[in-house]
Design a protein around this ligand. Structure first.
Ligand SMILES: [Zn+2]
Length: 167
C-alpha cells in the first residue's frame, strides 16, 4: 500500500510510496521526514524512526515529461499550422532557432516551422545573426494540446482554438 506522500525538495507533491520505500529513502538520506505518525514507530535495520506520513526529497528532482507533449518535428509543424515562422508561407521543415551547432536543443521553445528556403538561408545562425525575424514566439503546447499534437492529422473538430484550421 502506498501510504507515504513524497514531496519534491521544493515541497510540491510528487507521488506516494510504500512505507518501506519511504523508510529506505529516509535512511539513505535521500529524503527527510516532514510529517510523521504521532505514535507509531518503525524499526528498520538498527534504527528506529517515526512512521513517515510525508517525506520530502533532499534534492530536487525534475518531474518527467509525462504530462507534457513530447517534442517532435511533426508536432512543431502541427503547432505552427505548417506556416513558416519567418515568412508565413507553407513550411515543410523544422528550424532550430538557436542552431544545434550552437547548443540549441530539440525543444518546443527552440524550434519553429520553416519553409525550406528560410531554413536554408538562416543556416547555422540565430535569427538576429541572420537578420530574420520570428513572426511569433514558439511555445510549449499545454497538456491538453498534447493529445491533438499526438493525433496530428485528426479531424478539424479536434483542433484546439490556438490551432486555426489549415487553409
Ligand atoms: Zn519562410
Amino acid at each position: 500500500m502506498r501510504e507515504t506522500l513524497v514531496l519534491n525538495a521544493s515541497f510540491e507533491p510528487l507521488s506516494t510510496v510504500t512505507l518501506r520505500r519511504a523508510v529506505v529513502l529516509v535512511l539513505q538520506g535521500k529524503a527527510v521526514v516532514e510529517q510523521a505518525h504521532p505514535e507509531l514507530r518503525v524499526r528498520a535495520a538498527a534504527v528506529e524512526l517515526p512512521v513517515p506520513r510525508v517525506i520530502r526529497l533532499s534534492r530536487y528532482v525534475r518531474v518527467p515529461f509525462r504530462r507534457r507533449a513530447p517534442w517532435s518535428r511533426r508536432g512543431v509543424l502541427v503547432r505552427d499550422r505548417y506556416q513558416c515562422a519567418y515568412c508565413g508561407r507553407k513550411a515543410t521543415t523544422v528550424d532550430h532557432v538557436v542552431p544545434r551547432s550552437r547548443g540549441g536543443g530539440d525543444t518546443w521553445l527552440n524550434t519553429v516551422a520553416s519553409c525550406a528556403e528560410d531554413n536554408h538561408r538562416k543556416a547555422d545562425r540565430t535569427p538576429e545573426q541572420a537578420g530574420m525575424r520570428l513572426l511569433r514566439a514558439p511555445f510549449a503546447p499545454s497538456p491538453s494540446d498534447a493529445l491533438v499534437l499526438g493525433l496530428g492529422g485528426a479531424g478539424r473538430q479536434a483542433l484546439p482554438d490556438w490551432l486555426p484550421v489549415p487553409a
